[in-house]
Design a protein around this ligand. Structure first.
Ligand code: AHG
Ligand code: MN
Ligand code: MN
Length: 335
């Protein structure tokens, strides 16, 4: 099989745009380099002093792991020097990030979660990096937060890298979702999952049931329905929850199924859900839809939401199209 690298695949896709300048390809190259560096650090995390906590707290009020910080610095520096971005948003940075002083600004806007699933780092469960790409919309030379607060329907690309049993980059530029597995012996991401299509419904559900008592009734009724024999499968769904969004999402993307992080009344930080719109829900919703799946808050399509704040949270129900639709029906009945 002729091994197609992610770069060759991107260049192939670029041919659809005769007036392409190569800037977008250059940006993706920056992301790929950052991913390889983070993957290398994740793979040796247990051997060097990079596990554990930094002792700092981020804007989310969460303890920052050393690998969170390392991934954030790596991603910010490589893209900040690459000349293709004019502004970025990171889960680990309270304020927008601009190109590094002395380096050119570009026409793209990137929102990213440098390391998703941080609570899993020290126990060696899969973690990942998530990113979404928009074009800048302000005509001033320097970008502003308005360039970041764009709807998911205006994304021009999105992807994630999952550092699991292998390192896989899953990505779409609007022409299907494709997966590339890193071959460490040559340092290249090789096409391994072309044109991923998610089954229209699955047999897996992913949710933190520890929050059950704090959910709205509609979600409780839906999860009870999944565990009964009177759902669409006529047998209980299987529960799979890693606690790392990228890992739970990736499994369901390939096999079918549904992931939920609904709002809950346990924690004032989660009355709108725990997951962040710009750099978790939006990019994964883009990929889900590119793969024939769906993503909603339960009442609104994720990609239609107009962001108002960098770190705003949303309830996230994402995965197989028909499973998402059934959750929305449960919620609509309770209204
Ligand atoms: P992050 O590590 O980037 O803060 O994200 C963690 C998220 C997500 O990865 C996962 O689905 C969710 O937190 C798990 O939350 P609970 O531990 O509350 O289930
Ligand atoms: Mn995350
Ligand atoms: Mn994170």
């Amino acid at each position: 099989m002729d091994a197609l690298t992610v770069t060759q695949h991107i260049i192939e896709q670029q041919k659809r745009f005769p007036d392409a300048t190569g800037e977008y390809t250059g940006l993706l190259e920056n992301i790929i380099i950052a991913a390889k560096i983070i993957s290398r650090e994740v793979r040796k995390a247990g051997l060097v002093e990079i596990l554990g906590l930094t002792g700092n707290e981020n804007v989310q009020g969460e303890e920052v792991q050393k690998l969170d910080e390392y991934a954030n610095i790596t991603f910010s520096n490589i893209l900040g020097k690459g000349g293709h971005i004019c502004i970025m948003a990171s889960e680990e940075s309270e304020n927008p990030i601009f190109p590094i002083k002395g380096y050119p600004s570009g026409k793209y806007v990137v929102s990213f979660d440098p390391l998703d699933g941080s609570s899993n780092i020290d126990v060696n469960a899969s973690i990942g990096t998530i990113f979404g790409i928009h074009r800048k919309i302000t005509d001033c030379s320097a970008c502003s937060i308005d360039d970041l607060l764009q709807k998911g329907t205006d994304l021009i690309g999105a992807g994630y890298i999952i550092y699991g049993s292998s390192t896989i980059m899953v990505y779409s530029a609007g022409y299907g979702t494709h997966g590339f597995t890193l071959d460490p012996s040559v340092g290249e991401f090789i096409l391994s999952h072309e044109n991923i299509k998610t089954p229209k419904y699955g047999s897996i559900y992913s949710v933190n049931e520890g929050n059950y008592n704090y959910w709205d009734n509609s979600i409780k009724k839906y999860i009870d329905y999944l565990k009964s024999n009177n759902n669409n499968l006529k047998k209980p769904y299987s529960a799979r929850y890693i606690g790392s969004l990228v890992a739970d999402f990736h499994r369901n993307l390939l096999r079918g199924g549904i992931f939920l992080y609904p709002k809950d009344n346990k924690d004032p930080n989660k009355t709108h859900g725990k997951l962040r719109l710009l750099y978790e829900a939006q990019p994964l919703a883009y990929l889900a839809e590119q793969s024939g799946g769906a993503a909603s808050t339960g009442t609104e399509r994720i990609l239609d939401i107009i962001p108002t704040e960098l770190h705003q949270r949303v309830p996230l129900i994402i995965g197989s199209r028909d499973d998402v639709r059934i959750v929305e029906e449960f919620i609509a009945r309770e209204v």
